[in-house]
Design a binder for this molecule. Structure first.
Ligand SMILES: NC(=O)c1ccc[n+]([C@@H]2O[C@H](COP(=O)([O-])OP(=O)(O)OC[C@H]3O[C@@H](n4cnc5c(N)ncnc54)[C@H](O)[C@@H]3O)[C@@H](O)[C@H]2O)c1
Ligand SMILES: [Zn+2]
Length: 374
């Protein structure tokens, strides 16, 4: 097929805060034209990390200046540590030194770390500047750049300080994923699978057939990113501030967060998407244990994630033996517990996740104990 320069467009429908997500190869090179067409006269502060800057910053700057967009850039250290007050202040100082106004744009070029950090700065400088997300990791393209959550970490925990601040435009250059380390690609793929499992059994079945093509690039990758963004956009449009339904996006994340915490947030051992992969299998198996879903569905989910090269059991993580009570204590910290009952995302089968508000803590502990004998 020869229409490969064409971008898919997914609209996030949020009334006056609506915006398009453009998805396709070559969008970094076209960023200047796309931004100038939608935000005429804007000046830009590009925020990126050192890994991404090495390959993409010059291309983005060249594209912006070719359309007359005056640009400054700030490069932060790669990694979760940059989601800190210290780095936030550096970004804010840079924006103010460049004398950018409220109508100017912060352009986040990078993975979810850069997107959350730069998005937060855009949300609070001058009470809210324009934001353009240029996500370069698969996780950022299908998840963190969509939906307006921004923020930084605190010693008390991840993402505890932040604001909702929707971008004006998202440019997801799918060719930029060619340079993403394969482990990071797989981790983002876990979130892609999540959208199928939440409410799109047809998409999950499509992924089962097309996984290799998605990893290879081209049309299948564009479609996987677009379907993921469409699914997230629909949920966000119905529940922007997470009063209810948006919690479905946390499928696999309660178990996953507990695993990440137990691994000391050490990315060398376990990255977020890997924890989510194990967590999603646990959520399906736990649902089967509660007689809500068939164990065959859990097996099907596990088989697919395994084929994608993701861990699906705690035992798949090297030198990692968290006991059930440790995991349980992290789960209790993560959750509001009322009268011994927890809110969990459970499922009735593939593509049929739901919010269960009355899961007995004792059932969770038994499940963890049975599944993780010491
Ligand atoms: N705001 C939200 O709704 C939301 C949702 C999910 C996750 N998040 C946040 O996202 C963050 C994780 O995002 P992430 O997984 O993208 O991590 P990341 O931003 O740390 O990127 C992962 C690694 O890949 C590198 N990288 C990125 N793009 C690259 C490319 N094209 N080529 C080569 N290397 C590249 C980065 O430099 C980094 O080393 C977490 O902080 C998480 O809390 C936010
Ligand atoms: Zn996630």
């Amino acid at each position: 097929m020869k229409k490969c320069m064409q971008a898919e467009i997914v609209e996030v429908g949020l009334g006056v805060r609506s915006y398009p997500i453009l998805i396709g190869p070559g969008l970094i090179a076209r960023a200047g034209a796309e931004i100038a067409a939608r935000l005429p006269g804007v000046r830009a502060m590009v925020v990126t990390d050192a890994n991404v800057a090495a390959t993409y910053l010059e291309a983005l700057r060249a594209s912006l200046s070719a359309t007359g967009i005056q640009t400054t850039a700030i490069t932060v250290d790669p990694g979760e540590k940059s989601k800190s007050f210290e780095t936030l202040q550096r970004v804010i100082d840079g924006i103010l030194e460049a004398r950018l106004e409220r109508g100017d744009a912060v352009v986040a070029l990078g993975g979810g770390v850069v997107g959350d950090l730069a998005g937060f700065a855009a949300g609070i400088v001058r009470r809210g500047m324009r934001l353009v997300q240029v996500p370069t990791s698969l996780l950022a393209q299908v998840d963190s750049s969509v939906g307006g959550k921004t923020g930084i970490n605190m010693p008390h925990g991840k993402n505890l300080v932040g604001v909702f601040h929707q971008p004006k435009l998202v440019l997801a250059d799918t060719a930029a994923l060619d340079t993403l380390p394969v482990r990071e690609f797989r981790a983002g793929y876990a979130e892609v699978v999540k959208y199928g499992l939440i409410g799109r059994p047809d998409f999950f079945a499509w992924l089962e057939k097309n996984r290799k093509a998605v990893f290879a690039g081209g049309e299948a990758r564009i479609r996987a990113v677009a379907e993921s963004c469409r699914t997230k956009a629909e949920v966000v449009a119905r529940d922007e501030f997470e009063a209810g339904e948006r919690a479905l996006l946390n499928l696999g994340h309660t178990f996953g967060h507990a695993l990440e915490a137990a691994a000391g947030y050490d990315a060398a051992r376990l990255v977020h998407g890997e924890a989510v992969a194990i967590g999603m299998v646990m959520a399906h198996r736990f649902s089967a244990r509660l007689n809500l879903a068939s164990p065959d569905d859990a097996a099907r989910v596990e088989a697919h994630l395994k084929e994608a090269g993701l861990p699906t059991r705690i035992a798949d993580v090297a030198d990692f033996h968290p006991d059930a009570s440790t995991l349980m204590s992290y789960i209790m910290q993560d959750k509001k517990v009322s009268r011994g009952a927890l809110t969990f995302i459970l499922t009735r089968g593939i593509g049929q996740a739901f919010i269960a508000r009355d899961v007995p803590a004792s059932e969770v502990l038994s499940f963890l104990t049975e599944n993780n004998p010491q």
